[in-house]
Ligand binder design. Sequence first.
Ligand code: ZN
Length: 212
Amino acid sequence: MRPSKILCVGKNYAAHAKEMGGEVPPDPLVFLKPSSSVIGDGEAIVIPSWAGRIDYEGEIAVVIGRPARGVSPGDAWEHVGGIVPLNDVTARDLQRKDRQWARAKGFDTFCPVGTPIPPGKCDPLHLEVITRVNGQVRQQARASDMAFPIDYLIAYCSAFTSLEEGDVIATGTPEGVGPLSPGDVVEVEIPGVGTVRNPVVAGTEVPLPRWS
Ligand code: ZN
């Protein structure tokens, strides 16, 4: 999967915003992950030793099926081609250190995405997301727990950018984020849709370039 863009929403569950020491913002907080960060089910999440703490973020994502620009929330679902579990893997220490999140969210392999299924084949208004690390549940929430619902997020994004076929919108992670270590296996499941399961490995070092 090589979407032209991956739009992500931060702090879209009140309980997660609180665990991060904040509140749900008055409008959706949107950021980007590069398409080069995408991996599929079974591929390894690679962690460089210098990157500090790395967290999983299990999320419900939608894949755009029909181009959308300036759509209303009422029409938004007509532009969705698929629903898919996504893991917004995050270098948490770097996210706090950097004012912009391009690096913390943008490492290679930091965007595991499952296999999308059409929204008509599930119940898009009653989606649930569950994250497990080594089989233990760490996150579990429903789409109805979101501060901004999926149709509104699609409309909101389409108001400033052209959503193209294949683009991905990740709708935010619920509470329960936590660290990953080499040797872990992390999976994000949307019951009735599918699971994306990935091992975590230590990186073959790409050192930071020297600056003196
Ligand atoms: Zn996220």
